[in-house]
Design a protein around this ligand. Structure first.
Ligand SMILES: Cc1cc2nc3c(=O)[nH]c(=O)nc-3n(C[C@H](O)[C@H](O)[C@H](O)COP(=O)(O)OP(=O)(O)OC[C@H]3O[C@@H](n4cnc5c(N)ncnc54)[C@H](O)[C@@H]3O)c2cc1C
Length: 245
């Protein structure tokens, strides 16, 4: 068996305290974590995530880093209250002063800046990453276009706006079809102008929808696999169903 010369460093364990809990929308909890274990935290990429160890269990679930401030030793997560599952239940009942452990993010050494046009497709679990991509627009010269399929129109985050002219954010409200946003995201993809010379797509939503949307972009928009980064962030009917596709 070949042993790697430089095995990847393990994501750091961070034992932290809940500093505050806010509800930007009815089904979202914005949870600010703080503590000395965050003094060296760094997150350069908009879709960096940590693994949250649900207190009192051995359950670990992925959450995107919505915001990080190593100086203030704070980390912010936006957790969707989807109604089932230990992580969502923890988020629904967590209070300031509670203790929790997170692992990560994985150290990465890729450049932050990008020049290409990026089209982002997702649901409310992807919104923290998509919001970060819009907000870090000063760090890149490419355009960002975001399509987010909501499962409830009340989940629009009114204060979230693209910072730069040319970037766009489209809220796709529920249309009565119980298809996890598939038809809305596909329509958005079909309507989008894909003619920019250098273009990539990022997809993060329910796993079967992410898979179908990736296939759609390859078949209908002639994108290559290397132009698409797709992930299932959760899977209907499955525990811990997120996966990189
Ligand atoms: C890289 C990555 C980053 C992520 N970032 C975020 C984030 O920032 N915020 C966030 O809220 N989520 C995020 N997720 C999704 C989150 O990890 C999953 O929703 C996870 O399954 C929640 O765990 P749970 O214990 O609540 O539910 P589980 O125990 O995993 O699942 C229990 C049941 O709930 C269902 N379920 C799970 N998630 C949802 C959902 N969103 N809507 C409806 N039903 C659901 C499952 O199908 C299952 O039937 C991310 C996932 C990945 C892979």
């Amino acid at each position: 068996m070949k042993v790697a010369d430089n095995p990847a460093p393990r994501p750091a364990r961070r034992d932290v305290t809940v500093a505050s809990v806010m509800a930007p929308t009815p089904r979202l909890r914005r949870i600010v974590l703080e503590g000395p274990d965050l003094a060296d935290i760094r997150s350069d990429r908009f879709d960096d995530h940590v693994k949250l160890l649900v207190p009192g269990t051995d359950v670990r679930r992925s959450y995107t880093i919505r915001h990080v401030d190593a100086q203030a030793r704070q980390l912010t997560l936006d957790c969707v209250l989807h109604g089932h599952g230990p992580a969502a239940q923890w988020a629904a009942s967590v209070r300031a002063g509670d203790r929790v452990t997170v692992f990560g993010p994985k150290p990465r050494h890729e450049p932050v800046a990008f020049a290409e046009t990026r089209i982002l497709f997702g649901d409310t679990t992807a919104l923290p990453a998509m919001a970060r991509c819009l907000e870090t627009a000063d760090r890149h010269s490419g355009r960002v276009h975001v399509y987010v399929a909501l499962d409830d129109a009340g989940e629009r985050q009114r204060d979230l706006k693209p910072l730069r002219p040319g970037d766009t954010l489209a809220w796709l409200d529920p249309d009565g079809m119980d298809d996890l946003g598939w038809v809305r995201l596909r329509h958005a993809a079909r309507r989008h102008d894909w003619s920019a010379a250098d273009i990539t797509a990022w997809i993060a939503t329910e796993t079967s929808v992410a898979r179908r949307l990736r296939a759609e972009l390859i078949e209908e928009e002639a994108l290559s696999r290397t132009q698409i980064k797709a992930a299932g962030y959760w899977r209907a009917g499955e525990v811990d169903g997120g996966m990189r596709l």
